[in-house]
Design a binder for this molecule. Structure first.
Ligand code: HEC
Length: 143
């Protein structure tokens, strides 16, 4: 009888150990692996920079982005002082040089630091339009 109890007991301890190990494994993983880049990071802009796309993006930019980035992308929006923002002037040719279209897409959706992302408030096509629009500033004059 005591033998059976012992076997049962050992079995219980072992299966508990396995259970714990299984529970611990997935908890440890996210801490070690960096958040996966979304598919968009490597994506080319699937939307054409047609005049109506840029016009729609300009409108969105006016009410969602200009208060920080400035209506003409110079980084001198109304909120810059009060929020103590460090903004880039997108007319500088290299301001957006190191960042891919997909990264700009992700940034607009997810935000970064004090910039709040659009989340799902904007349809992806509109976000891609904004990517074109943001990229168009260096080609324009600073005024
Ligand atoms: C609350 C102010 C704020 C608003 C609103 C905002 N941004 Fe930003 N944005 C920032 C800040 C601050 C950074 C710099 C983040 C960093 O690198 O730390 C930034 C960075 C960026 C960048 C990366 C290049 C750069 O200048 O550093 C892009 C592109 C961008 N924003 C686009 C947009 C678009 C498009 C919108 C509107 C949909 C928008 N932002 C709205 C504050 C804002």
């Amino acid at each position: 009888m005591s033998n059976i109890l012992q076997v049962l007991g050992t079995g219980l301890v072992m299966s508990l150990g396995v259970l714990c190990a299984q529970q611990n494994a997935p908890q440890e993983k996210p801490a070690e692996t960096p958040p996966p880049a979304t598919a968009a990071t490597k994506k080319e802009n699937p939307v054409k920079a047609a005049p109506e796309v840029l016009a729609a993006a300009k409108k969105i930019f006016g009410y969602d982005c200009a208060m920080c980035h400035g209506a003409n992308g110079d980084g001198k929006g109304d909120l810059v002082e009060s929020m103590k923002l460090k903004m880039k002037d997108w007319h500088a040719a290299d301001a957006l040089g190191g960042i891919s279209d997909g990264e700009i897409f992700d940034l607009i959706v997810k935000g970064k630091d004090k910039m709040i992302g659009e989340g799902d408030r904007l349809a992806p096509a509109k976000v891609w339009g904004l990517v074109h629009y943001v990229r168009s500033f260096p080609k324009k004059s600073a005024n």
